[in-house]
Design a binder for this molecule. Structure first.
Ligand code: AP5
Length: 216
């Protein structure tokens, strides 16, 4: 099974994807995480992506599509994939369809997580990420059991560089202009479902898991 999580910055895609992928035995493939990994590793792709990400803009389609294709060639992708934050443009959706088709696979469910802008800003401003293992927390809604340290590995919790208010505003504008229309691609293929993400974390997980399990 292959699933896609769509939705604006901060809506909770990564939070849900981590749990849902684990429950369903899927590979969690988040393009934001792949790009941040490339930046940390100092690769050419990372250097190219950094300027776009710091400005809250989308990294060019060809760069992201290549990263995804390369990741899908690794063995652990064969069990099925949950795509988080990808595709973000119609050309990315078309590239993903073509890549999966070449592997005899397809997207089975596309879940579009949505919440009001005020909720997104609240979630992003309180987000803290572990600098070591990248686990995500929220100072109010999902605090670490170890305060300012990661509850999983003890690493220091930091705020993501693109979570500054001015960059968040740019990311929301880019989402509306370039990504919001991607849902239409999946409506046409009959795989689309709108998910109310303005609910507690567990309620959203149960909703998405229920829908995904009915596809199995
Ligand atoms: P990316 O890393 O994908 O960021 P994003 O899509 O902007 O999404 P976020 O990670 O900000 O939020 P999320 O929805 O995962 O929410 P989370 O679960 O963390 O992309 C970053 C950048 O990389 C992009 O701007 C772009 O430059 C580039 N990029 C990435 N993919 C690309 C692509 N395909 N093409 C081109 N460029 C690309 O939750 C947020 C907070 O809320 C957390 O603190 C969490 O604890 C809390 N929370 C979550 N759910 C709830 C809830 N139900 N109730 C209360 N709190 C909650």
């Amino acid at each position: 099974m292959n699933l896609v999580f769509l939705g604006p910055p901060g809506v909770g895609k990564g939070t849900q994807a981590a749990t849902v992928a684990k429950e369903l035995g899927l590979l969690h493939l988040a393009t934001g995480d792949l790009l941040r990994g490339a930046i940390r590793a100092g690769t050419r792709t990372g250097l190219e992506a950094k300027g776009y990400m710091d400005a809250g803009r989308l990294v060019p389609d060809d760069v992201v599509n290549r990263l995804v294709r390369e990741r899908l060639e690794q063995g652990d992708a064969a069990r099925g994939v949950l795509f988080d934050g990808y595709p973000r443009t119609t050309p990315q959706a078309e590239s993903l369809d073509a890549t999966l088709k070449g592997m005899g696979r397809r997207i089975d469910g596309a879940y579009d997580l949505q919440a009001p802008d005020a909720v997104l800003v609240d979630r992003i401003s309180g987000r803290r990420t572990c600098g070591k293992c990248q686990a995500a927390y929220h100072v109010k809604f999902a605090p670490s059991s170890r305060g300012e340290e990661c509850g999983k590995c003890g690493g220091a919790l930091v705020q993501r560089s693109d979570d500054k208010p001015e960059t968040v505003k740019a990311r929301l504008e880019v989402y509306r202009k370039e990504t919001a229309g991607v849902g239409e691609h999946y409506r046409k293929s009959g795989t689309y479902a709108l998910i109310d993400a303005n609910r507690p974390i567990d309620a959203i997980t149960a909703d998405v898991l229920g829908r995904a399990r009915r596809l199995q």
